[in-house]
Design a protein around this ligand. Structure first.
Ligand code: GFB
Length: 310
């Protein structure tokens, strides 16, 4: 049990969807939340070292990352591997050097082999080839897991890693060239309604299966893990809510009120055919998510609409 009372907790990437959810969640705890502004380049070891020395966090959550949807991952491989390797390595190494008591590294379900058994258990890691569209990001996230394990093995550092499933929530990226599917379809359908278009384009075949989780559930799981988890093995954080891209599109259409047709563009990649994680270890420890997909999408659509009118 790690007691957060009075602790200085650095949430890196606090401007992003995950980081901002973590800040909101940690504000309910009796700890002090630290954030670094964008002038601190987390890819630069010296900048990270100087920030650590000046701010002396007791705990660190590595929520900063270069993230994006299938197209961004596929077309900007150098950024996805380099930025994520550097961000992870710098924060983990400098946290050790600064005597940080607890560190939580966040990865992604894309670390697992493309054809992993489903639902995917933690021990499927490194048992087969990765999905090519996101292998660059996956390798950097696998390196983060291994760094935590190495610093634990050699130095006894209490560094843990959690692998969240596909996330959505307030503060998501709605840029259609770099976003994930859920915000992309919300925006496309909203705009199609406004422009009275009869069809919306969905990338790929619509058959891939994805597991979606609200980012506030992830933030709650992270606080739970910081407190209650201290192990070498990484741990899956999923909702168990699996849906095909076609069904997701239909749910979003219902929320938005779009009644037109879906047109599947099969020239765009599908990516991994199925990516449902086995989160039973986390459930056995005593944590469960609370947001269902329809309600989560409805809430996110409201915040999307209020952003549009600001
Ligand atoms: O969310 P997404 O980009 O990420 O795509 P991945 C999921 C599925 O939705 C793919 C389809 O089969 C896409 O082809 N899709 C349909 C769309 N329409 C759209 C659209 O308009 N935009 C987008 N973006 N997709 C990413 C990884 O994989 O997920 C990352 O590349 C990371 O590394 C992240 O792990 C969670 O689930 O395929």
């Amino acid at each position: 049990m790690y007691d957060l009372t009075g602790k200085r907790v650095w949430v890196s990437g606090h401007g992003g969807m995950v980081g901002s959810a973590l800040v909101r969640r940690l504000e309910r705890e009796s700890c002090e939340v630290l954030t670094s502004d964008r002038s601190v380049d987390l890819r630069d070891p010296r900048a990270v070292r100087e920030w650590m020395v000046a701010n002396r966090p007791d705990a660190v959550i590595v929520a900063a990352a270069r993230v994006g949807g299938i197209m961004a991952n596929d077309t900007r491989p150098a950024e996805f591997i380099y930025d994520n390797l550097m961000i992870g390595a710098n924060q983990i190494h400098e946290a050790h050097a600064a005597g940080v008591e607890k560190l939580l590294f966040l990865g992604s379900s894309c670390i697992y082999p493309k054809f992993a058994p489903q639902p995917i258990p933690e021990d499927a890691l490194l048992t087969g080839p990765l999905e090519p569209t996101n292998q660059w990001y996956a390798i950097a996230k696998i390196a983060g897991i291994k760094l935590c394990q190495a610093y634990r093995a050699q130095h006894g550092a209490d560094f843990i890693s959690a692998m969240p499933t596909n996330l959505y929530g307030p503060g998501d990226n709605y840029d259609l060239t770099s976003s994930h599917v859920l915000p992309a379809l919300l925006r496309k359908m909203h705009e199609a309604m406004e422009a009275k278009h009869a069809t919306v384009e969905i990338w790929g075949s619509g058959t891939p299966l994805r597991e979606f989780m609200h980012v506030d559930d992830l933030a709650d799981a992270c606080v739970f893990l910081l407190r209650n988890y201290s192990d070498d093995a990484h741990i899956n954080v999923g909702s168990g809510i699996e849906t095909s891209i076609r069904d997701l599109a239909q749910t979003i259409a219902r929320v938005v009120g779009f009644e037109g047709k879906l047109r599947f563009d099969q020239t765009k990649p599908d990516g991994t055919p199925r990516k449902l994680m086995d989160s039973s270890r986390l459930r056995r420890l005593g944590w469960t998510p609370s947001t269902n997909l329809h309600d989560g999408i409805a809430e996110v659509y409201e915040s999307f609409q209020s952003q549009q009118t600001e």
